[in-house]
Design a protein around this ligand. Structure first.
Ligand SMILES: C[S@@+](CC[C@H](N)C(=O)[O-])C[C@H]1O[C@@H](n2cnc3c(N)ncnc32)[C@H](O)[C@@H]1O
Length: 401
């Protein structure tokens, strides 16, 4: 599973893993075949997915009885036991069969699962825990075609574990990872987020391009749902300790090898946010890499034009403070975007600027012609990831649209 709009990035990433086969893109995700060991590896290292599910059954359902039979047919005891807690989540695409609702489906399916447990475990069944379940089951309806899957991740994978404090409007780590991939930044040029908030772009960039495992940090080793699977599950033969050690070794290596660390800058007008970002970076990155990040308190709209130019070229990435959880009036937003345009034109010629925005008229307000345009979703908000080449010299045509 992944956020809407990231399916191509997900597929591209899956192709980089050995042992991931028969990859097929679908809506908000991709299907593939892989061994339990590769699934554990993906949970530790893949940056784009939100969750990794294993499909346990698929059938056509026309009524509640058929749903009950479907739930009853799956050998749940192979995966978990009555001593585990669980919850059932339902996803719907298209129309559910008549007289069914998402709640009804979840309840009915749970009943079918419990019947099977009682039959297999002398009347015992696992308890439901909707808040903090050890096991999560996903039911996906595509009209009357239903699939049942078990979640191997547990907490969504964008919760990397390094975020100690979220800030006002953080952006999901896996979205940022995909957005950075779209910029084709190869570490040869500086990278800057001038409105960095809790530091997600800066931290993800450093992790991604130094090839650190995204879901392993020594200061908080997160748990995955597959660790709760029963000893008889297909995951039993996977040596999780070895996989964790591999991730730890990479972390240690990156702490020693400090050559060619690119210039990465995070700045924000809010000093408290910058403190949050620094703390997050300290948890997310080996010491030497985290220390190499340049953090600055700076009101970007009043960027000091007389300041020495950072570099003749670079990548500027950001999601400005409007449209998401931070509300600005239409006029305030317009003024903000215009000022942003002035600062970029004056001080960042030679740079490529990437902006995540849900403002449809962004390019015309900022008076810049965008190059690339990737439609993505930030949570439920439809946005565009827009690129602007800031040209050197007097190329008026590029600026005025
Ligand atoms: C949508 S948030 C960015 C969230 C960020 N990407 C993260 O990972 O948490 C926008 C940020 O812009 C900052 N900001 C607002 N006006 C600014 C300005 N004039 N100069 C610099 N930063 C500004 C806010 O303090 C806020 O942290």
């Amino acid at each position: 599973m992944c956020s809407r709009g990231l399916e191509d990035s997900l597929v591209d990433e899956l192709y980089t893993f050995d042992g991931v086969e028969s990859i097929r893109k679908n809506k908000s995700g991709a299907n593939f075949n892989a061994s339990p060991e590769i699934i554990c590896r993906l949970n530790l290292w893949a940056r784009i997915p939100s969750r990794i599910l294993i499909q346990l059954g698929k059938t056509q359902i026309n009524n509640a009885d058929e749903l009950l039979i479907f739930a009853n047919k799956i050998n749940w005891g192979e995966w978990f036991t009555p001593s585990n807690s669980f919850r059932v989540d339902v996803n719907i695409t298209g129309k559910l069969p008549r007289s069914m609702s998402a709640n009804f489906v979840a309840l009915k399916f749970k009943d079918g699962m419990c019947d099977r447990f009682r039959a297999d475990f002398n009347g015992k069944r696992p308890t439901v825990n909707t808040k903090n379940p050890e096991i999560r089951i996903w039911i996906h309806f595509f009209n009357s075609l239903v699939t049942a899957s078990i979640d191997t991740s547990g907490e969504p994978l964008f919760k990397r574990g390094w975020r100690q404090n979220k800030g006002i409007a953080p952006i999901k780590e896996n979205l940022v990872s995909a957005l950075l991939g779209m910029t084709n930044w190869d570490m040869s040029k500086p990278l800057m987020d001038p409105m960095c908030g809790s530091g997600t772009f800066v931290i993800e960039a450093m992790q991604k391009f130094t090839q650190l495992p995204c879901n392993y940090t020594p200061s908080r080793i997160r748990k995955f749902a597959f660790e709760n699977f029963s000893p008889g599950s297909p995951f039993n033969n996977t040596n999780w300790k070895v996989l964790l050690q591999e991730a730890h070794d990479r972390w240690e290596d990156k702490n020693k090898i400090i050559k060619n660390i690119p210039l990465v800058i995070g700045s924000d007008s809010n000093i408290k946010m910058l403190e949050v970002a620094k703390l997050n970076a300290w948890h997310a990155l080996p010491n030497k890499i985290s220390k190499s990040i340049v953090w600055k308190v700076n009101d970007f709209l009043n960027y000091n034009a007389s300041e020495k130019k950072i570099s003749s070229s670079g990548i500027l990435v950001t999601n400005p403070p409007f449209g998401f959880r931070i509300k600005l009036s239409e006029n305030e937003k317009k003024i903000f975007i215009e000022k942003l345009g002035t600062v970029l034109k004056k001080n960042f010629s030679g740079w490529t600027v990437w902006i995540l925005t849900n403002e449809k008229r962004f390019s015309s307000i900022i008076h810049l012609r965008n190059g690339e345009k990737f439609p993505v979703f930030n949570g439920d908000i439809a946005c565009n990831w827009l690129s602007f080449e800031m040209v050197t010299g007097n190329m008026k045509n590029n600026y005025e649209i």
